[in-house]
Design a binder for this molecule. Structure first.
Ligand code: SF4
Length: 704
């Protein structure tokens, strides 16, 4: 019977950083149903609409099934022989910095590990960056500056156990729906739990908020500097914690007091009524259990790192960290943004949370890999990487599992740069993405349900994304494609893997620490798991060490940090507003997610069910602006900036502040060619971490 042919598999959702466990049912080599996995610590049985539609997006007619070279189907050998020779020729003539990889938070940790090993250890450049640069690069550096290491202190349970939950720049209702469902339930069970949302827009997340602070875009650091100043002036500091476990408090407080020394000063720059701000300051001050969640509204900014540290400063000043229900908490966007960080997936990182700032780290990684040409310095970050492609300095780029022609700021520039690049390789599951169209070499990759490996979610939880269906056509796993390519380039020694578990064990062994106080990321206790144990891996939160073999819920509970002094560092923050204020004939465009789409729609766009929630590109605009510009509901309007334009229907909406519009970021050339919002985003970046300012682009607006 049909029921007898059915099998179920435990896996992980491939969309967002919540990292929900999924039970998938297959029948005749097709996923026929999915449901939330009851015993997964991220979701306990829940799924959002994207996750519960996974089976509807599984069998796309647009799958790429064969390698292509200059538009023609070729064998794997032809495609990779051509590419490897071209890479070698370019490197021989121009050096290793003339090539680059651009990766994705959709890749599995094992894929990420091989990419970094190949390019940093053997090709000899750190020109490897990822779309995670667009997502959480700010939080990474904020963590490193404050804690000495890129480590999220808390866990999801803290969001339920807290008394005051402050969500900053997070529309969790759309971007992290299952986490939001958990918050909603916690609030229903304990109505006294206060929820505060700081966001220029009144998003659906505000539906459960006791207080919404509609602050001026980019003014967050003024707000948190103001909070630090308030905590000091109202006698709510934890002096013991500050003295015992931190350093740099006085300097941080001095600047905070200078810039944001009174509630009135904060109210003025944030453009919010002072009593509302004071209410939030008092909630933070008077409650022991406070969690501050921060997400893209903080990170996607030209001062995102400073904003993250302004938040962390307030938690350190009150000792609200490392305790149940008390922590700052960066929520990542992608399913494996965290796993990528663990293997050094960014241009300025090395594997296992090591970095280019210490020669010892570089040597340790080089020795471990038996690297033949170890990169010695940081590579180019995403925005600069595509600039180097445009300038002809990078002559070969390999893009995997991401669509920068839609998602990068100034996306049309990225398209033009790729079109003139000598060699563009694209590994993709879908044949006709906007980026795939720029490829000289197009390589068919496996995707969810076929790929097999690990991902790490926002609470440091490593889960297996299980491969249970055979690859369609000639598709291969990303790690395997790279290993074959590496061997063809002549690096036969380091790339002879046959099972993903071998890569994972190597990654775990590299994380082993002589000194457990050296870094947070240590999964050395997993370095000898068998292939069978790996194939049945249960969710586990790192660190996973001999002392904590079952994983670690919270970090810093003992007040011990990973800085040279072992103390957490306050960072003195000079708050600043976005780079480019709008001119008198411009409005500020903010970009973000809608509920049922994921990134550039190459997967979620194929589900009629998901498309039906929001069928067309739109623009949210305040009634006063609509009146001023004589725009009517549903009228087509055009936003424009630097020659790029976004068409959308007007939605008149008091959720917007006056002078600010919202445009969803998802549409690509296939679904709405004239509505690629990121083409309008200026490529301004945070000077410390290189993350672009997606949340603040001055644009012109006019009826279409
Ligand atoms: Fe998937 Fe995120 Fe939805 Fe969970 S919340 S089901 S991980 S998209």
């Amino acid at each position: 019977s049909a029921a007898e042919q059915q099998q179920t598999h435990q896996t992980t959702c491939c969309y967002c950083g919540v990292g929900c466990g999924v039970t998938a049912t297959i029948e005749n080599n097709a996923v026929v149903a999915v449901k939330g996995r009851d015993d997964h610590p991220a979701n306990f049985g829940r799924l959002c609409v994207k996750g519960s539609s996974l089976h509807q997006t599984q069998h796309s007619p647009d799958r790429l099934l064969k390698p292509r070279l200059h538009g023609n189907d070729v064998s794997w050998d032809e495609a990779l022989d051509y590419s490897a020779k071209k890479f070698n020729d370019i490197i021989a003539e121009h050096g290793p910095d003339a090539v680059a990889f651009y990766l994705s938070g959709q890749l599995l940790t094992e894929d990420y590990y091989i990419a970094n090993k190949l390019i940093k250890g053997f090709i000899g450049t750190a020109n490897v960056d990822t779309n995670s640069r667009l997502c959480m690069a700010s939080a990474v550096v904020a963590h490193k500056r404050a804690f000495g290491n890129d480590a999220v202190p808390g866990c999801y349970e803290d969001l339920e156990k807290t008394d005051v939950l402050i969500l900053v720049g997070s529309n969790a209702a759309y971007a992290h729906p299952v986490t939001f469902q958990r918050i909603v339930k916690a609030k229903q069970e304990r109505p006294q739990m206060k929820v505060v949302v700081l966001d220029p827009r009144r998003t659906p997340t505000c539906d459960i908020a006791d207080i919404h602070i509609p602050l001026a875009p980019g003014s967050d650091a003024y707000f948190f500097n103001g909070l630090l100043s308030y905590l000091a002036s109202h006698n709510h500091l934890d002096q013991n914690y500050i003295e015992q476990f931190t350093e740099g408090f006085e300097a941080a407080l001095e600047i905070a007091q200078t810039q944001s020394g009174s509630v009135q000063a904060v109210a003025q720059v944030c453009d919010v009524a002072a009593p509302l701000i004071e209410q939030v300051f008092a909630l933070f001050a008077k409650n022991e259990k406070v969690v501050t969640v921060f997400s893209q509204g903080i990170n996607q900014s030209s001062s995102g790192v400073d904003k993250g540290n302004a938040i962390i400063n307030c938690h350190l000043a009150t000792g609200k960290i490392g305790k149940e229900g008390a922590t700052p908490f960066s929520i990542t966007g992608q399913p494996n943004a965290m796993g990528g960080r663990e293997v050094g997936g960014l241009a300025n990182q090395l594997a296992a949370h090591m970095g280019f700032d210490k020669q010892d780290d570089i040597d340790r990684v080089a020795n471990f890999w038996q690297a033949t040409n170890m990169a010695q310095k940081e590579g180019l970050k995403a925005v600069d990487m595509f600039k180097a492609v445009d300038e002809g300095k990078i002559k070969a780029i390999w893009i995997m599992a991401t669509n920068p022609v839609v998602s990068m700021p100034d996306a049309d520039f990225v398209k033009r740069a790729l079109e003139k690049c000598d060699l563009v390789m694209v590994s993709e599951a879908i044949a006709d993405t906007d980026t795939a169209k720029t490829a000289d070499v197009l390589l068919p990759a496996t995707t969810w349900s076929e790929k097999h490996g690990t991902v790490t979610n926002s609470e440091r939880c490593i889960s297996l994304q299980k491969g249970f269906l055979p690859p369609p056509g000639e598709a291969k796993h990303d790690w395997d494609i790279m290993a074959i390519f590496a061997r063809k380039m002549g690096f036969s020694e380091g790339f002879n893997y046959v099972h993903q578990a071998e890569i994972f064990r190597e990654h775990a062994a590299l994380s082993a620490l002589d000194n457990p106080r050296a870094r947070a990321f240590d999964i050395s206790a997993m370095a000898d798991i068998s292939n069978d144990q790996y194939d049945a891996l249960e969710p586990i939160q790192w660190p996973v060490t001999a002392q904590e073999p079952k994983g670690t819920k919270r970090l810093f509970s003992d007040g011990y940090y990973f800085t040279p002094s072992s103390k957490a560092k306050f960072i003195a923050i000079t708050a600043r507003l976005p780079v480019q204020p709008p001119k008198s004939d411009e409005v500020i465009m903010n970009t973000g997610r809608i509920r049922d789409q994921w990134h550039t729609m190459s997967r979620t766009g194929t589900s009629a069910n998901l498309l039906s929630h929001t069928e067309e590109p739109y623009i949210d605009i305040h009634p006063d602006d609509a009146k001023r510009l004589a725009l009517a509901e549903n009228e087509l309007v055009e936003l424009s900036n630097r020659g790029a334009r976004y068409l959308g229907r007007v939605k008149i909406n008091t959720a917007q502040r006056i002078g600010e519009v919202f445009a969803p970021m998802h549409w690509n050339n296939k679904y709405a060619a004239s509505s690629r919002a990121d083409a309008l985003v200026n490529p301004f970046t945070d000077p410390i971490c290189g993350q672009p300012e997606f949340k603040h682009s001055p644009v012109k607006i006019r009826p279409h």
